[in-house]
Design a binder for this molecule. Structure first.
Ligand SMILES: [Zn+2]
Length: 326
């Protein structure tokens, strides 16, 4: 009698352990995206601060809508990354402008290997227009989305074809770097530094962000491989309870050791993302002619928009990304 029960339990445990890391895999992790959008508010100039502060809950909650859309919209997934190596051996050789890149590679190639710098530019101009139209609903929607894509562009593994360490036998590295590290350590990070700055050229700036992220890919991969070689294997993972389920995750000690090896790279990229998000919001407001924000009301979502958001939420809960994971 005992034998099949044990077998079933073993299988169930194995299944849960397989499923959980998959469910937790998101870009920057929901935790970090929300924190980036929320903290970006505090880097804004006074003229923008009160409107954004009044709507901090929306900007935080909707920081991850873009990730959820990947479950409903087949075009969404590639907007979050760019696999630089699948374009050129050197990032500088990729045409800066969307039109030139389409001419060189064809749109299909772009949709397959990622479009994050062009997506940042696109949403930036959507935000400028929303400011010009004094449309507070769209201002907040595009601000939340822009914050998301800028956040993604700051993650080194969002700029590489080895996006999960899968090409070097390090599968799971993506969520480890961008979810586990910030979730364990963000409270110790020094994330707020400068005030928002004006960005002259949003597309060029997006490429600069991608370039800096891409430069760090080698360190992200090599250092984890090195740590894995020297760390006691039985101490690499730990088990934690989330709600009613037990999940397998990298241990605190392993996570801290990786963070130290990288000299606080996650902290630096997260901090840079916060400043960058605020700077894009600020620049869009300037480019729109600095509309007076005090008269703008807090957000009221239309019935249509609510329906759309509910549909995305439902698809997201069903748990199937259209396209690739990270
Ligand atoms: Zn994303």
């Amino acid at each position: 009698m005992g034998f099949p029960y044990i077998q079933i339990m073993k299988r169930l445990t194995r299944l849960i352990l397989l499923i959980i890391p998959f469910l937790l895999c998101t870009s920057w992790g929901f935790f970090a995206h929300k924190r980036i959008n929320r903290l970006a508010i505090f880097v804004l100039p006074d003229e923008m601060l009160s409107f954004y502060k009044r709507n901090h809950r929306y900007l935080t909650d909707h920081a991850v809508d873009a990730d959820k859309r990947r479950y409903a919209d087949p075009y969404e997934a590639p907007r979050h990354y760019i696999d630089v190596e699948n374009y050129e051996p050197h990032i500088d050789s990729i045409p800066e402008k969307w039109k030139d890149a389409v001419t060189k590679y064809g749109e299909q190639h772009l949709r397959q290997h990622g479009t994050v710098p062009w997506q940042i530019e696109r949403v930036y101009f959507d935000l400028v227009k929303a400011f010009k139209d004094h449309d507070s609903v769209r201002i907040l929607k595009h601000s939340a989305d822009l914050g998301h894509y800028i956040g993604d562009a700051h993650v080194p593994l969002h700029t590489s074809s080895n996006h999960d360490g899968q090409l070097t036998g390090q599968s799971g590295l993506h969520a480890f770097w961008e979810s586990r590290l910030p979730e364990l350590l963000a409270n110790q990070y020094q994330l707020l530094n400068n005030k928002a700055l004006y960005i002259e050229n949003p597309l060029k700036e997006a490429w600069k962000i991608v370039q800096r992220s891409h430069l760090a890919v080698d360190t992200v991969i090599r250092f984890e491989a090195a740590l894995n070689r020297i760390f006691p294997p039985d101490q690499k993972y730990s088990y934690a309870k989330r709600g009613n389920i037990v999940i397998k995750q990298h241990s605190d000690a392993y996570t801290r050791a990786y963070d130290e090896m990288m000299h606080g790279m996650v902290e630096k990229r997260m901090s840079a993302a916060i400043l960058s998000v605020a700077s894009y919001w600020y620049s869009a407001w300037i480019d729109a002619g600095q509309p007076e924000l005090r008269q703008f009301r807090s957000i009221r979502i239309s019935a249509d928009e609510k329906k759309q958001l509910n549909l995305i939420e439902k698809k997201y809960r069903q748990g199937k990304i259209i396209g690739r994971e990270n």
